[in-house]
Design a binder for this molecule. Structure first.
Ligand code: DNO
Length: 411
């Protein structure tokens, strides 16, 4: 397992110096300033590589850009409208430019409109840390009463809708504005926040696109991109839906093991792979993360390790449906992290004995709780310096123990 760290570029409050001190071996980043659908030029890629390789005082960081997260798939490609053909060609050129720069792993997602979705970015836990949280009642309140989406009230269990109406009556205008901002916050690198009207407009574009159609668009995307990746020696890896349920009436097609299986079979190539994100997938009680790693491991090109804790029962919550959860400590929550790490270790051993050059899987400690001075630094939501460093240290230590035991037992 190779420890990596997500960095948002020079505007990130966390510095390359911090990444080095945290004990990460490589960097995960993207050209966040390039609009979706545009080409990533060799110059811009080289510039970011240089930034990764440089410490605050100008000296060499000895870090390099190892994983692209994300090379974004535009809405036009997801919907197959407008400029989607041109965006597909641009995507292929970006892949070529990335390959020329020596980077081989490329993460993307196929979630319509919204990436990760939370209702609270700073929820306080009893020990004083804050974390990101998805509260079903707040989300229902947003969907039914702030967005006023037709059909929204029927999309939630009646007791959830009733609790949302009750909460709305006590909510200040300022809290409503915060909630609206939080729901659309998960668009990494987005500089212009989406307003309610923007969201309504985007939702209208998805009329007539159901899950089957979206899945077909993903297959069409991969049918064209995977041969390009094979020729260039690249490994594409799809990030799961977060949370792994349909939201706002939009389809979501990468939420379960069955979803991944289908996509892996449809475009059956090692270049068509998985970003196994235990935090996203782990919200669902029916996703068995260690089992998924064991069964689908040969196609897992990138690991996002974090944990969530489902808060059921809340009014109307059902673990197999959209429900409330918060981001817990990395080693503690819905996912048995030690079992997942052990499945990763075993997959790496299999790869090694098969002579695979990609036997070490890049992993980043995903997200983190804000602790100590994290709230003062106010880095990208979900990506604090200290809380993430703690997560990385715990994950590395647990893995080291498993490896040590394995070495002693000769396995
Ligand atoms: C959340 C991240 C996601 C991820 C994209 C990949 O923190 O894991 O935003 O970067 O979905 O395309």
């Amino acid at each position: 397992m190779r420890s990596t760290w997500r960095w948002f570029g020079p505007q990130d409050r966390v510095l390359t110096d911090d990444i080095l001190q945290a004990g990460a071996q490589g960097v995960v980043t993207a050209l966040h300033h390039v609009p979706y659908g545009d080409i990533w030029s060799p110059q811009e890629i080289a510039r970011r590589q240089k930034e990764v390789a440089t410490l605050k005082d100008g000296s060499d960081s000895r870090l390099s850009w190892e994983v692209v997260e994300s090379l974004p798939v535009s809405e036009d490609i997801k919907q197959q409208t407008g400029n989607w053909r041109a965006h597909m060609e641009a995507y292929k050129i970006s892949l070529q430019n990335i390959a020329k720069a020596g980077i081989q792993v490329i993460c993307y997602n196929f979630m319509p409109i919204l990436d990760w979705t939370r209702t609270d970015l700073k929820w306080r836990l009893p020990n004083g840390v804050t974390c990101m949280r998805f509260d079903l009642i707040d989300f229902a309140l947003y969907d039914i009463h702030l967005l006023n989406r037709p059909g929204a009230a029927e999309a939630f269990p009646p007791e959830t809708a009733a609790a949302a109406a009750e909460r709305l009556a006590q909510m200040s205008a300022a809290s409503k504005a915060v909630l609206c901002g939080n729901v659309v916050c998960g668009l990494p690198g987005e500089t212009t926040a989406l307003g309610l009207d923007d969201v309504r407009g985007l939702l209208r574009q998805y009329h007539g696109i159901n899950a089957d159609r979206l899945r077909q668009h993903l297959i069409d995307f991969l049918t064209e991109m995977v041969p390009v990746c094979e020729a260039l020696g690249l490994r594409l890896c799809c990030h799961p839906d977060d949370p792994p349920f349909p939201l706002l009436g939009l389809p979501r097609v990468m939420s379960t093991e069955a979803d991944y299986r289908l996509i892996m079979q449809q475009v059956d190539s090692p270049s068509n792979g998985i970003t196994l994100c235990s935090g996203s997938l782990g919200v669902r009680a029916d996703n068995d993360l260690p089992g998924m790693m064991t069964r689908l491991g040969d196609r897992v090109h990138f690991l996002h390790l974090r944990n969530v804790r489902s808060e059921s029962p809340q009014p109307g919550d059902v673990p197999a449906r959209l429900h409330s959860f918060h981001e817990s400590e990395h080693m503690d929550g819905n996912t048995d992290m030690v079992a997942l790490l052990d499945a990763v270790r075993k997959e790496e051993l299999r790869r090694r004995s098969a002579g695979r050059s990609d036997w070490q899987i890049p992993m980043r400690a995903d997200h983190g709780q804000d602790m100590y001075e994290d709230s003062l630094l106010d880095a990208q939501p979900g990506y604090p310096k200290i809380g993430r460093m703690k997560g990385l240290a715990e994950l590395k230590a647990a893995m080291r123990v498993l490896e040590h035991r394995g070495e002693r037992a000769g396995q």
